[in-house]
Design a protein around this ligand. Sequence first.
Ligand SMILES: Nc1ncnc2c1ncn2[C@@H]1O[C@H](COP(=O)(O)OP(=O)(O)OP(=O)(O)O)[C@@H](O)[C@H]1O
Length: 288
Amino acid sequence: MIGDAPQHTGSVDAAAPAPRILLRGVSKTFGNHKDGGGTLALANVDLTVRDGAFVSLLGPSGCGKTTILRMVNGLIAPDTGTITVSGQAPAPGPDMGFVFQSFRLIPWSSVRGNVEFALVETIPDKAERRARADRYIELVGLTRFADAYPSELSGGMKQRVALARALASEPAILLLDEPFASIDAQTRELMQIELMRLWTLRKSVALFVTHSVDEAILLSDQIVLMGPRPGRVLEVIDVGLDRPRWTYDVRAEPRFIELRSYLWDRIRTLVLTDPQSDFYGRDLSTNI
Ligand SMILES: Nc1ncnc2c1ncn2[C@@H]1O[C@H](COP(=O)(O)OP(=O)(O)OP(=O)(O)O)[C@@H](O)[C@H]1O
């Protein structure tokens, strides 16, 4: 563990913005848990996402990151504990944009049709709807493919459509499940900047799932480090790097380097000491 790099943020600051997303004592088991079986995906999770915050969930595979997002969106319910979004029980709606890992595009609809579909409820005027859709299709760099169908697109392009669709309704809350995972490295960097710009402009709340330590540091105000089996929050870290982060070489900042090293160390230890991990017990200090 390094110096005083990570800061725990368990205390409540009276001057801090209001909580937008709140989880208290949340647990979730999948499968048949009445007879003691099933998978305990999350155990006693507390999480606070304040208004205007960009918060990333980071942790090894299977620690429950997606499960948290799906519960915040109201797609699944916790077994115990409470979740509130803007003070209410969670429910999907136009105020909540969700990028799923599996994209979930409509196969028989064009790129433009997919993005427009998400706007039907909120923008009744057809021309206005199309203009909004085209704006976000341009933002993700797919203008030339606006009339193409999902089957004609690469995985990365499909993911950009899913991102455009989630952003186009300009929701107050963005739930993003590895939204850049299939996108090539160069496009990914551009998309990260566009996301930061939009988030800055709209002051939305973002809850972002990623496996990338660098991406979590680059984008977030806070990083929630999670551990597996059962999924739980280990630590909440304030990133504390100046914004906007696209105007300087943020990766060269000592704080960035310090956080990257700390987080990698924590995640590596979690994976190597988890008996159910494929890499359990592996000694990475020896030569091949
Ligand atoms: N619908 C489901 N049915 C059964 N088990 C599930 C279901 N969804 C998730 N799980 C289990 O719950 C645990 C947490 O899954 P989850 O997808 O939330 O983790 P994750 O951290 O998002 O993983 P990854 O990083 O690999 O996407 C895992 O053990 C997973 O196998």
